[in-house]
Design a protein around this ligand. Structure first.
Ligand SMILES: Cc1ncc(COP(=O)(O)O)c(C=O)c1O
Length: 395
C-alpha cells in the first residue's frame, strides 16, 4: 500500500536553502529562508531568552504534560503583546487563546475552528501569499479565493484592486490578512487601508483571520500590530495566529498562539474549548520549552526590556539594510530600487525574471527564491557590494 506513494520534491524554499548550504563558493549569498541573520550571518539567540533558559534549566523539576491551553502565563502575555495593553476587547473579556506549535500550528488551529464552525468555508488569500498558507489551511478542508494585492509594476499594494476583489467576500467568508511585514512582498497596508478593510468586514460580514509572524520587525511591536488592533476593537469576531519564531528567535522551539476575539466572554470561552479539542485531535499538547521562555520574557520587566531593546536593534538593522541596498543597487544598476526602502520586514521582491534569478544562482552563487523574493536580513556589510554587482551583471 505505502509503495504507491511516490518520491516528492523537497519544499521549494527549504530545498533551495539546502542547495545553497552545499555550495562551496566562499562568496555565496543566502537570501532564501525567512530567518533573521545578524552581521556575521548567524541567527542569534536573544540575550533575554538565554537568561530565561538558564533560569529554567536550573529550576525545572518536571517534564510532565502541559495543560491543553499551554503554559500558564503564556496566553495572557501573548494577548497583551498582540492586542495591546489597552485593548477594549481584552478588557471586555471577549478574548481567549491557546498556545500552539509555532505560527504554523496557530494557523492550523485557527483553520480547524473555522472548519468546525463552517465546513468548507471560503478563505480569501492575497495574491501572492506565503506558499504554506494554502496547504496548511486547505488540508483542513477550507476553500480558497484570491484577492489581488501586490502590483509588480508599482512595487506596492494595489489597494483599489484588493477592494474590488474583496467586494466579493460574503458573510461567512474569511479574509486572511498578513498583520505586518507581508511575506513574500514586504508591502503593507496603511492604517487608513486597515480602516477600510474594517468597514468592509462590518458591512459585508466577512471575518478577518490575521497571520502575524513578524510583529516587531517592521516598525516596532505596537506599530506592527496597529492594523489588527483596529479590527479587534470594532469587529465582533476574528482569529489571529501569532508566532514567536522571528520576534523572539524561538524558531525551532515551535512557539505560537491562536487568539480568538469573540462576540462576548461566553463565545471566547466556547472557542477556547473547541480549540483544546482540535489540538487534542491533531497533536494533543503543545511543546513546553519555547513557551516557558516566552512567558518568562513577557512577565519579567527586566527580561522584557532586554528583549525589546534587542528586537528594536534588529528592526533598525533591517531598515538600515534596506536603505543600504537601495543605495548600492541604484549605484550599480542605475535603476530605481527605492521601493525596497518603503517595504517592511524581512522580505522584498527585487523584480528580477526567473532567468535572472537562475543566472544569479548559477554564475554568482547568490540564492533567492525564484520569484526574486529576498530575505533582507541575509545581507551584510561583507556581501552587499558583491550582491549589488552580481545583480547589476544579470540585469
Ligand atoms: C507569513 C508567515 N506566517 C506564519 C509563519 C509561521 O512561522 P512558524 O511556524 O515558524 O512560527 C511564517 C514563517 O515563515 C510566515 O512567514
Amino acid at each position: 500500500m505505502l509503495d504507491a506513494l511516490s518520491l516528492l520534491p523537497d519544499d521549494p524554499i527549504l530545498g533551495l536553502a539546502a542547495v545553497c548550504r552545499a555550495d562551496d563558493n566562499p562568496k555565496k549569498v543566502d537570501l532564501t529562508v525567512g530567518i533573521y541573520m545578524d552581521e556575521s550571518g548567524v541567527c542569534p539567540v536573544f540575550d533575554a531568552i538565554t537568561q530565561a533558559q538558564a533560569r529554567l534549566v536550573s529550576q525545572e523539576t518536571s517534564k510532565a504534560y502541559l495543560p491543553p491551553a499551554g503554559v500558564e502565563g503564556f496566553n495572557p502575555g501573548m494577548q497583551k503583546l498582540v492586542l495591546g495593553e489597552n485593548s477594549t476587547a481584552l478588557a471586555d473579556g471577549r478574548v481567549s487563546s491557546i498556545q500552539a506549535p509555532g505560527g504554523c500550528g496557530a494557523l492550523r488551529i485557527g483553520a480547524e475552528i473555522i472548519q468546525a464552525a463552517s465546513p468548507g468555508a471560503k478563505v480569501w488569500v492575497s495574491d501572492p501569499t506565503w506558499p504554506v498558507h494554502i496547504p496548511l489551511l486547505g488540508s483542513v478542508g477550507l476553500q480558497f479565493s484570491t484577492y489581488r494585492y501586490y502590483d509588480a509594476e508599482t512595487h506596492g499594494v494595489n489597494f483599489e484592486a484588493m477592494m474590488e476583489d474583496l467586494k466579493g467576500a460574503a458573510s461567512g467568508d474569511i479574509v486572511l490578512l498578513h498583520g505586518c511585514c507581508h511575506n513574500p512582498c514586504g508591502a503593507d497596508l496603511s492604517q487608513e487601508q486597515w480602516k477600510i478593510i474594517g468597514d468592509m468586514a462590518e458591512a459585508q460580514g466577512f471575518m478577518p483571520f490575521i497571520d502575524i509572524a513578524y510583529q516587531g520587525l517592521g516598525d516596532g511591536l505596537d506599530a506592527d500590530a496597529a492594523g489588527l488592533r483596529q479590527l479587534a476593537e470594532r469587529l465582533p469576531e476574528m482569529i489571529i495566529a501569532a508566532s514567536c519564531s522571528k520576534n523572539m528567535g524561538l524558531y525551532r522551539e515551535r512557539t505560537g498562539c491562536t487568539l480568538f476575539v469573540g462576540k462576548n466572554a461566553e463565545s471566547a470561552d466556547a472557542l477556547l474549548s473547541q480549540a483544546k479539542v482540535a489540538a487534542r485531535r491533531v497533536y494533543s499538547m503543545p511543546p513546553a520549552h519555547g513557551a516557558l521562555l516566552a512567558s518568562a520574557v513577557l512577565s519579567d520587566p527586566e527580561l522584557t526590556a532586554s528583549w525589546q531593546s534587542e528586537l528594536h536593534a534588529m528592526c533598525a538593522r533591517i531598515n538600515g539594510l534596506r536603505s543600504d541596498l537601495v543605495e548600492k543597487l541604484q549605484a550599480s544598476t542605475g535603476r530605481d530600487f527605492e521601493f525596497i526602502r518603503a517595504e517592511k520586514g524581512m522580505f522584498s521582491f527585487l523584480g528580477l525574471s526567473g532567468d535572472q534569478v537562475q543566472a544569479l544562482r548559477d554564475d554568482y552563487s547568490v540564492y533567492m527564491l525564484g520569484s526574486s523574493r529576498i530575505n533582507v536580513a541575509g545581507v551584510n556589510a561583507r556581501n552587499i557590494d558583491y550582491l549589488a554587482d552580481s545583480i547589476a551583471k544579470v540585469l
